[in-house]
Write a protein that binds this ligand. Structure first.
Ligand SMILES: NC(=O)c1ccc[n+]([C@@H]2O[C@H](COP(=O)([O-])OP(=O)(O)OC[C@H]3O[C@@H](n4cnc5c(N)ncnc54)[C@H](O)[C@@H]3O)[C@@H](O)[C@H]2O)c1
Ligand SMILES: O=c1ccn([C@@H]2O[C@H](COP(=O)(O)OP(=O)(O)O[C@H]3O[C@H](CO)[C@@H](O)[C@H](O)[C@H]3O)[C@@H](O)[C@H]2O)c(=O)[nH]1
Length: 435
């Protein structure tokens, strides 16, 4: 089937390549000509494990092309809209400029019977408005939220935990769902659960899922605050409560908290939308989820100051990690980069390293120092901060690192190192929520 994917960022580029892998003929469209030039060369414009391989395969098959010319979507039966919905400057609400622009420019290229599939994360009520705009074209809107995780985007797209379709209550809605079933025939054949519902529910499922994940992380980080006040150990606590199948151990990793281009802005946009709907009280707990999360970053800097005898002015600090999570080069709302910036503002001499995110970090925070290797970053450091749990940092040898630094002091912002092993090697080890 001929498919178009509008918006080829972290979500859209992966979606386009995966749809081609499933056998469809795909045209990916973006307004960013640098991104399109890179994708056209078969090069992923960002780091995502597995993407280069499926891009290569799809480009070689001739089934995947990229363009900045939206008119090339004509003739596609299904159009996926994957453009960004960032947080508005200075507000909690989502900025729908890109979604609105993508839909309005798409109108001229649609034919009756086409299916437009919204995958961007939007405030509930957006799909209903966009469906009304589509009506004169004879195309049908399906709201099909996306749940992929960066770092696992290819696997999550090809083998999703579930698919959700928000459709109108009409024959056209049923036909649109059947067409989307054809697009997703391979994952559905694997038994992927498929939930068909109305627009409002489909849009809410997405932000409810992200709110739940954010709440789980902030819950354990609140427990970390209690652990710090009592001498308890939050990792042991998470293991113990996680054994209860009703709770589960996943997403209970305490530390610097959540960042990225999704959880922080999605819970804020959800609160803003609840306010517009007159039900802001229902989500008032998300304010606390956000506040607990942001407090962890401040606590990390406080811990660094404590370890440096009350002041970090002029101290040489090595920061391991800039990406918001490992296996990604994404630095959107990265807790690691935020801590590095706070340390710099408070007078420390900060050198940041990351296996993949240094280029993006330099663009966002050019005033920090950067090193391409771990060795260069830690050389002569008086304090080391592990802030993104890349495997190469998790598996660091304390004796090896000891030979490079000026002072053997490490703060583990992700609770991934073995405290006993580091202390035995002569290090001062501190972490969030454990001693
Ligand atoms: N990144 C994820 O892991 C993820 C997962 C699930 C859902 N989402 C949601 O998907 C959406 C996209 O997120 P992302 O991380 O891919 O963002 P992104 O910023 O990486 O990509 C968005 C892309 O859309 C392009 N764009 C903007 N306006 C356009 C237009 N009018 N026509 C064509 N292209 C246009 C931009 O140039 C950019 O390349 C957001 O709503 C996000 O919340 C993201
Ligand atoms: O126990 C945990 C788990 C995660 N995190 C942090 O939480 C953030 C988000 O992690 P993750 O959810 O794995 O990354 P994303 O790629 O942002 O994915 C989330 O956001 C996407 C965009 O909406 C959704 O599609 C995914 O389902 C949802 O997991 C990162 O900063 C992690 O470091 C923790 O602090 N502790």
């Amino acid at each position: 089937m001929k498919i178009s994917v509008i918006g080829c960022g972290y979500l859209g580029a992966v979606h386009a390549a995966c749809m081609a892998k499933l056998g469809h003929e795909v045209v990916g469209v973006d307004v960013d000509d640098r991104k399109i030039a890179s994708l056209t060369r078969g090069e992923a414009p960002f780091f995502e494990p597995g993407l280069p391989e499926i891009l290569d395969e799809a480009m070689a098959s001739g089934r995947l092309t990229f363009t900045t010319d939206l008119s090339e979507v004509a003739g596609a039966a299904v159009h996926f809209v994957c453009v960004g919905t960032p947080q508005k400057q200075g507000e909690f609400a989502a900025d729908l400029t890109y979604v609105d622009a993508a839909f309005s420019s798409l109108l001229a290229h649609l034919a009756p019977g086409d299916v437009v599939v919204g995958k961007s994360t939007v405030p509930v009520g957006t799909a209903e408005r966009l469906a009304a705009d589509l009506e004169p074209t004879g195309a049908t809107l399906v709201w099909n939220p996306e749940f992929l995780r960066e770092g696992f985007a290819v696997k999550d797209t090809l083998h999703p935990d579930r698919v959700v379709y928000g459709i109108p209550e009409s024959d056209a809605g049923q036909r649109a769902a059947a067409l989307l079933d054809e697009v997703y025939a391979a994952p559905l054949a694997e038994g992927t659960p498929r939930i068909v519902t109305d627009y409002a529910t489909a849009q809410l499922v997405k932000v409810a899922a992200n709110s739940f994940l954010a709440t789980k992380i902030s819950f354990i980080n609140a427990m970390a605050e209690l652990c710090e006040a009592t001498g308890a150990d939050v990792t042991a606590l998470a293991d113990a409560i996680g054994h209860d199948a009703r709770i589960g151990r996943r997403f209970l990793n305490a530390g610097l908290g959540f960042g990225g281009g999704c959880l922080p802005k999605d819970i804020r946009a959800f609160m803003a939308r609840a306010g517009e709907l007159g039900v802001d009280q229902a989500l008032s707990f998300l304010r606390e989820v956000d506040a607990i999360n942001l407090r962890r970053r401040v606590r990390m800097v406080d811990l660094a100051r404590e370890e440096c005898g009350g002041s970090i002015v002029g101290r040489r600090v090595a920061v391991l990690g800039a990406a918001f999570k490992p296996n990604s080069d994404d630095i959107r709302d990265s807790p690691a980069l935020n801590v590095a910036e706070q340390m710099h503002l408070q007078g420390a001499v900060v050198t940041v390293t990351d296996p993949e995110a240094v280029t993006n970090a330099k663009e966002k925070a050019p005033h920090l120092h950067y090193a391409d290797t771990l060795e260069a970053a830690v050389e002569g450091a008086e304090l080391v901060l592990l802030l993104t749990e890349w495997e190469q940092y998790v598996s660091l040898d304390p004796d090896y690192l000891a030979g490079l630094v000026a002072d053997k002091r490490i703060l583990d912002g992700r609770n991934v190192l073995d405290p006993a092993r580091w202390r035995d090697a002569g290090w001062t080890y501190r972490a969030l929520g454990r001693h």
